[in-house]
Design a binder for this molecule. Structure first.
Ligand SMILES: CC(C)(COP(=O)(O)OP(=O)(O)OC[C@H]1O[C@@H](n2cnc3c(N)ncnc32)[C@H](O)[C@@H]1OP(=O)(O)O)[C@@H](O)C(=O)NCCC(=O)NCCS
Length: 243
């Protein structure tokens, strides 16, 4: 599909160059504007077409033990070695309050999402050093549905997989929680994750300084953004209330 897109774009830019050489400046300018619009539209059409093809090929299933080795490789690459480990993944199989989703495209693991329903104790352990704030903010809305970790492998990004995983998990968590929360790294700029949150109705409600500092020391993982522990990244807290 992409090869066809590029050929169409090349053909158009070739004819655009010919227009530039042969036509008066005004007409060349107007032709160039039209051409850019046409190329943009063609790209949009192909992007939608490719996305819809991908969507029809993507399956989302619950996590199983057979997925662990691929998921750990993916998590190491996305979040830093050791951020997610086998015993933690196992808890998503055995703990009734935790679950995991795996997205596959033509049988290949393209992404995953881990989620948890938190009572007061679980929420306090999730809150790291911010227990007072978490208590004030969420204790009236327990149990809390938490989107813990989401990752999509590089070749499959920007095809709607992260959004599909998030929507599915909000639906699942919504069976027992009214309040859904997610915490992610502040990268000082718009990110695909912030866009996914926005698309799924989640709003950023707070920024917590050095949220993973203790966690990174305890688990000794190297943050993919700031490096060796302690992690100095701020955490952005997203929330949505379900009707
Ligand atoms: C966040 C992540 C899971 C998103 O997965 P994905 O499958 O690419 O997400 P989607 O395709 O559903 O949506 C991505 C959206 O971000 C947009 N986007 C891409 N790059 C962007 C950027 N730099 N800034 C803002 N938006 C961006 C895309 O255009 C798309 O929006 P659109 O559908 O309106 O066009 C994936 O990028 C990832 O694994 N990132 C690394 C791990 C991570 O940061 N996880 C979150 C914290 S746990």
């Amino acid at each position: 599909m992409q090869i066809r897109t590029e050929s169409a774009a090349n053909a158009l830019s070739r004819s655009q160059r010919l227009t530039d050489i042969n036509a008066p400046r005004f007409y060349a300018h107007s032709a160039r504007t039209k051409m850019v619009t046409v190329i943009f539209r063609i790209k949009c059409i192909f992007k939608c077409f490719i996305s819809s093809c991908m969507d029809s090929n993507v399956s989302i299933t619950t996590l199983s033990a057979g997925d662990f080795s691929d998921l750990l490789k993916l998590a190491d690459a996305l979040f830093g070695h050791g951020y997610l480990n086998k015993s933690e993944l196992q808890s998503y199989l055995h703990d009734p309050l935790k679950s995991g989703l795996v997205a596959r495209t033509s049988g290949v693991i393209a992404g995953f999402l881990c989620m948890q329903t938190c009572d007061m104790d679980e929420m306090m352990s999730l809150a790291q050093g911010e227990q007072t704030w978490f208590n004030e903010q969420f204790s009236n809305n327990l149990p809390l549905g938490v989107l813990k970790t989401i990752g999509v492998s590089e070749p499959f990004k920007n095809r709607g997989i992260g959004t599909a995983l998030t929507r599915k998990s909000i639906e699942m968590l919504g069976r027992s929680s009214r309040c859904i929360v997610s915490i992610c790294w502040d990268q000082k700029e718009d990110t695909p994750f912030s866009r996914v949150m926005e698309k799924c109705g989640m709003k950023m409600i707070s920024r917590v300084a050095e949220f993973w500092s203790m966690d990174s020391l305890n688990k000794n993982y190297k943050c993919h953004i700031c490096g060796s522990p302690p992690c100095r990244c701020d955490g952005l807290i997203y929330q949505c209330m379900l009707g």
